[in-house]
Design a protein around this ligand. Structure first.
Ligand SMILES: C[S@@+](CC[C@H](N)C(=O)[O-])C[C@H]1O[C@@H](n2cnc3c(N)ncnc32)[C@H](O)[C@@H]1O
Length: 266
């Protein structure tokens, strides 16, 4: 299914994803780290402008706006159906715009903070997208975004007997993952090489979550108990969450886990 139609179709129910414990868990790990960077700038600066690129239904913009009301947020997405869902909740601090990450309608170094969560992998040129995020970000701020981890995609493909021999771009567009738009996966090492070439400073980088993988694999590996079922038990949730944070803090893993969180800055 093409990407526009996919998100158009999903827009009305997109926010329900938060009810699935696995996705909630995964985003909570991301927020644990992302918030540290945001609060750090919030303490230091009075007027802060943030870009949320590929904002979807505005989940991250709304969360940030609630907790950090001084921040002025521009939230941009290519899909007006996702945006109209986002706009159902009024918020004076957030301005929603229809536009493309690959061609951001902003002048250079306009934003103190730039975030792009789970959006770049849906564009057909991730590196150009990163260049755009860097271009509009201020040097003294930070640029935080997620990529989809190619190592994880390979093991998922192996598991599903659906291996792409090229291992360059793995298109999980058939087999178990049906009805999904094209998604591009990145090797952490390729991102590191790219950043080095461009002189981008990687402030932080790790992959997550490790102990469990995405909703597709959970169905394959455990028909009766999905990882969301396991996480629904509060005690399990806390243990798995704490383990995950410990692993990330200690090892900064890059090659396992579904997402790679990258922070560029000075
Ligand atoms: C998986 S959703 C993530 C939404 C939101 N960031 C979140 O974490 O809930 C991906 C979003 O990226 C948007 N998107 C894809 N390609 C884009 C592009 N080139 N420019 C702007 N947005 C794009 C899609 O329309 C979709 O809303």
């Amino acid at each position: 299914m093409n990407q526009f139609d996919y998100f158009k179709k999903r827009s009305k129910k997109y926010d329900l994803i938060n009810q699935k414990k696995f996705w909630y868990f995964s985003d909570e790990i991301l927020w644990y780290y992302l918030e540290k960077y945001i609060s750090d700038i919030y303490l230091k600066k009075n007027e802060i402008i943030l870009l949320d690129a590929g904002c979807g239904t505005g989940k991250w913009s709304k969360l940030i706006s609630e907790k950090y009301p001084r921040i002025k947020i521009y939230a941009i997405d290519i899909n007006e159906y996702m945006l109209s869902k986002a706009k159902e909740v009024n918020n004076d601090n957030i301005e929603y715009l229809n536009g493309d990450i690959l061609k951001l309608p902003f002048i250079d170094h306009f934003f103190d903070i730039v975030i792009s969560i789970h959006a770049l992998p849906f564009t057909n040129d991730i590196m150009k997208g990163i260049d755009e995020l860097v271009r509009v970000g201020k040097n003294e701020g930070f640029i935080g975004f997620t990529l989809f981890n190619a190592y994880d995609a390979i093991s998922l493909n192996n598991l599903t007997d659906n291996v792409n021999k090229n291992n360059e771009i793995i298109l999980l567009n058939k087999g178990y993952i049906i009805d999904k738009p094209l998604q591009y996966f990145t090797f952490s090492s390729d991102f590191e090489k790219f950043s080095q070439k461009k002189n981008y400073y990687i402030k932080d980088m790790f992959s997550y979550p490790s102990s469990c993988t995405n909703g597709v694999r959970e169905k394959i590996t455990s028909k009766n108990h999905s990882i969301s079922d396991i996480l629904a038990v509060e005690e399990n949730y806390q243990t798995i969450f704490t383990n995950e944070i410990d692993i990330i803090n200690k090892y900064k893993p890059k090659d396992r886990g579904m997402y790679i969180f990258c922070v560029l800055g000075k």
